[in-house]
Ligand binder design. Structure first.
Ligand code: GTP
Ligand code: SPV
Ligand code: MN
Length: 593
C-alpha cells in the first residue's frame, strides 16, 4: 500500500521497525469511514470483535482481552531515561540501551504472518498550538479502531506534520500476551514508546497515558506547559456565564462522572448547566491574557463501565449508544447487547461473562463484567459535550481540584491558602487503590496530583515545575486550588455524601470562593466551608446538616498522623524536593500541634 507521507523521519523509522517486526503487509490508516468499516468486518471474521445489535447499539462492538491482561501494569511500566535519577524514585527505570535491546529481541519477528497498521494521530485538534502528533505501529485491529475513536487519525494528521521530526514514535506488538514479557517502556529523551505483550487499553492505546501523560509531562517540563491527569468541565450559571474547572483524581475515582455531571433538578430548573470538555487528560498552558488555558487532547472516552447507569452517569451511558467498543463486559446473547454490574437490576440469564464463559446473571456467583471493563466512545456522542471542545485555544481555568478516595480524614472540600500551598495539597494527595491497575484494591497510597503512575520524569522535578508555573502567574489570574473527597464513610462503611450530580453543590462553593463571594473558616489545613454555605436543599433526606458538619470537620489528631506520613513520603521523593513544599509541610506540622 502506498505511503501517505514523504516525511523522511517517519519513513526511516518505519523501515527500521519493519526490519525488526517483519510484517507480511502494511496498511496505513487514513481515517476514512470505508477503511474503518473494512477493519471492523475483518476483526469480526476472526472473532477478535463481535458486532452487537445494530438497532440498539449502532456500530457497537464487543471485545474481550486475555484474562491475564485487563488493566495497566504499573510494575512493568518503565521510564527509560539516560540516568536513573531522571526517572526518580516513583518510577521503574531501565537504561535506554538495555531496554531497546530487550524490547527489540521480544519484538523480533513479532508481526510475521500479520499486518502492520500505521496510525498517524494527533493529540488535540489538528493544527491547535497545544497539539502534538504521534505515529503508532501496531498489529492489532482492536488498537486501530480504538485509536480512531480516542484520537484524531489519518491523512490530515500527516499533512499537519509535514516534514517535521516532532512526533512520538510508538511501537506496539501484541506478541503472545505473555505477562512475564509484558513491558510498557517510555523513552522521553527520544520521543519514543514501546509496548509489548499486552492488548489492554492503557497499555496499548499509546496516545493516552503513555504519550499524553508520560511523554507529554516531560515535554511540558522542557517546553513550559503541563500535561495532567485531569478532567475539564464548564459550569454555566443562569446568567450564561461559564467557569471552567480542572480536576485530578486517581484512576477510577470519579473523573468521568464529574466531567459529565448533570445538575440536580432544582438547579436545572434555575438554568444551571455543566459542560464536559474532557474526562481524563488536560494539556495546560498560559494564554496571552496571562490566565491558564486547557485543552482535552483526546477525542473520545475510555470509561469505566461497572457502576455506569442512567442515574449515576446518564451522559456517559448516552455516549455509548453509537460507535462504541465495549471491552470485557457481559455479552447478552438474548438481544445481542451488553451488560455490566450496576447497569440495571436485570442481568442477562443467557450471557457470556468477560472471560468468555456462559454466565447467568440470576445464579452466577462471580461478576459478569471485569471491574475494570471499559467503553470506548466518541466524545461527540456526549449530550453535554462543551461547545468549546474543539476550540484550539482551550478554555480558561478558574480552579484546580484534587481529590481521592479517603474513608476518613480529608473533608468534603477545602481550599488552599495560596498557589504553593495548593501545590502542596496536590502533592500530598492519597487515595485507596482501585481495579484500574493490577494489584491490591483499597490500599491507601500517596498519589501526587493523581500522576504517580503517569509522570514521565522525576516527581520532585515535576512538583518543582508546578511551583514554577505559579511564579509566572499573577496571583489574581492564577486558578485557585482545592481538594475534594466524595468518599467519606461513616462507621458502618456507608458513603456520607450523596455524590454524583450533587457534587455540583460543592463546585458552586468553589466557584463562589474563586469570585470572593463567600466566606470560609480558616483551619489547620486551609479554608473549609461553613456548613450553611453548602446548599443541601432537596437532599435533606440523604444528608443531614449534622452529617454535613461531620464531613467538613478537620480532625487535628488524624492530621498529625497524616503529616508524619507526608514527611515520610517527601523523604522517599528524595533531596530535590522543592523547598517551597518542605516549608508547607512545616506549616502543617505547626498547625496541627
Ligand atoms: P479512569 O478512567 O480510570 O481515570 O477513572 P475516572 O476517574 O474517570 O473514574 P469514574 O468517573 O469512571 O468513576 C469510577 C468509579 O467511582 C465508579 O464506580 C463510580 O460509580 C464511582 N464514583 C464516581 N463519582 C462518585 C461520587 O461522587 N460518589 C461515589 N460514592 N462514587 C463515585
Ligand atoms: C486510568 O487507568 O486512569 C484510565 C484507563 O484512564 S487507562 O487507559 O487504562 O489508563
Ligand atoms: Mn485515567
Amino acid at each position: 500500500m502506498a505511503e501517505l507521507t514523504n516525511n523522511e523521519t517517519v519513513l526511516t523509522w518505519l523501515d527500521d521497525m519493519y526490519e525488526i517486526v517483519q510484517p507480511d503487509n502494511v496498511v496505513w490508516i487514513d481515517g476514512s469511514q470505508e477503511q474503518i468499516e473494512r477493519l471492523r468486518e475483518e476483526a469480526c471474521s476472526t472473532k477478535e470483535m463481535y458486532r452487537l445489535n445494530q438497532e440498539l447499539l449502532p456500530n457497537g462492538y464487543l471485545h474481550r482481552t486475555a484474562v491475564n491482561d485487563v488493566a495497566r501494569v504499573e510494575h512493568r511500566t518503565f521510564i527509560c531515561a539516560k540516568t536513573e535519577d531522571k526517572a526518580g524514585p516513583t518510577n521503574n527505570w531501565m537504561a535506554p540501551d538495555e531496554a531497546y535491546k530487550m524490547l527489540y529481541d521480544i519484538a523480533d519477528g513479532a508481526y510475521k504472518g500479520r499486518t502492520a497498521y500505521v496510525i498517524p494521530y494527533s493529540m488535540g485538534p489538528i493544527g491547535s498550538p497545544f497539539s502534538k502528533i504521534g505515529i503508532e505501529l501496531t498489529d492489532s485491529i482492536y488498537v486501530v479502531l480504538n485509536m480512531c475513536i480516542m484520537t484524531r487519525v489519518g491523512t490530515a494528521v500527516l499533512d499537519a506534520l509535514g516534514d517535521s521530526d516532532d512526533w512520538v514514535r510508538c511501537l506496539h506488538c501484541k506478541c503472545d500476551i505473555d505477562e512475564e514479557k509484558r513491558y510498557i517502556c517510555h523513552f522521553p529523551e527520544d520521543n519514543a514508546i514501546i509496548s509489548v505483550n499486552s492488548g489492554y487499553g492503557g497499555n496499548v492505546l499509546l496516545g493516552k497515558k503513555c504519550f499524553a501523560l508520560r511523554i507529554a509531562s516531560y515535554q511540558g517540563w522542557k517546553e513550559s506547559w503541563q500535561a495532567e491527569h485531569m478532567l475539564i468541565l464548564g459550569v454555566e450559571n443562569p446568567k450564561g456565564e461559564v467557569r471552567y474547572i480542572c480536576g485530578a483524581f486517581p484512576s477510577a475515582c470519579g473523573k468521568t462522572n464529574l466531567a459529565m455531571l448533570i445538575p440536580p433538578e432544582g438547579y436545572r430548573n434555575k438554568g444551571y448547566k455543566v459542560w464536559c470538555v474532557g474526562d481524563d487528560i488536560a494539556w495546560i498552558r498560559k494564554g496571552k491574557d496571562g490566565r491558564l488555558y486547557a485543552i482535552n487532547p483526546e477525542n473520545g472516552f475510555f470509561g469505566v463501565a461497572p457502576g455506569t447507569n442512567v442515574k449515576s452517569n446518564y451522559n456517559a451511558l448516552a455516549s455509548t449508544k453509537e460507535g462504541t467498543i465495549f471491552t470485557n463486559v457481559v455479552h447478552n446473547l438474548d438481544d445481542n447487547t451488553v451488560w455490566w454490574e450496576g447497569l440495571d437490576k436485570n442481568p442477562p440469564v443467557n450471557g457470556v461473562d468477560w472471560k468468555g464463559n456462559p454466565w447467568n446473571g440470576k445464579t452466577a456467583e462471580t461478576v459478569g463484567a471485569n471491574p475494570n471493563s471499559r467503553f470506548t466512545s466518541p466524545a461527540v456522542n456526549c449530550p453535554s459535550i462543551s461547545p468549546e471542545f474543539e476550540n484550539p485555544e482551550g478554555v480558561p481555568i478558574s480552579a484546580f481540584i484534587f481529590g481521592g478516595r479517603r474513608a476518613k480524614i480529608a473533608p468534603l472540600v477545602y481550599q488552599s491558602r495560596d498557589w504553593n500551598h495548593g501545590v502542596f495539597v496536590g502533592a500530598v494527595m492519597a487515595s485507596e487503590t482501585t481495579a484500574a491497575a493490577t494489584g491490591a484494591v483499597g490500599v491507601v497510597r500517596r498519589d501526587p496530583m493523581a500522576m504517580l503512575p503517569f509522570c514521565g520524569y522525576n516527581m520532585s522535578d515535576y512538583l518543582q515545575h508546578w511551583v514554577n508555573v505559579g511564579k509566572e502567574l499573577d496571583p489574581e489570574k492564577a486558578p485557585k486550588i482545592f481538594n475534594v473527597n466524595w468518599f467519606r464513610r461513616d462507621d458502618k462503611g456507608n458513603f456520607q455524601w450523596p455524590g454524583f450530580g450533587d457534587n455540583l453543590r460543592v463546585l458552586l462553593w468553589i466557584i463562589d470562593r474563586c469570585e470572593h463571594k463567600v466566606d470560609a473558616e480558616e483551619t489547620a489545613i486551609g479554608y473549609v466551608p461553613y456548613a450553611k454555605d453548602i446548599n443541601i436543599e432537596g437532599i435533606e433526606d440523604e444528608i443531614s446538616i449534622e452529617t454535613l458538619e461531620d464531613i467538613l470537620d478537620v480532625d487535628k489528631a488524624l492530621w498529625k498522623e497524616e503529616a508524619d506520613g507526608i514527611e515520610e513520603f517527601f523523604t522517599h521523593l528524595g533531596d530535590r524536593m522543592p523547598t517551597e513544599l518542605l516549608d508547607e509541610l512545616n506549616t502543617l506540622k505547626e498547625n496541627v500541634e
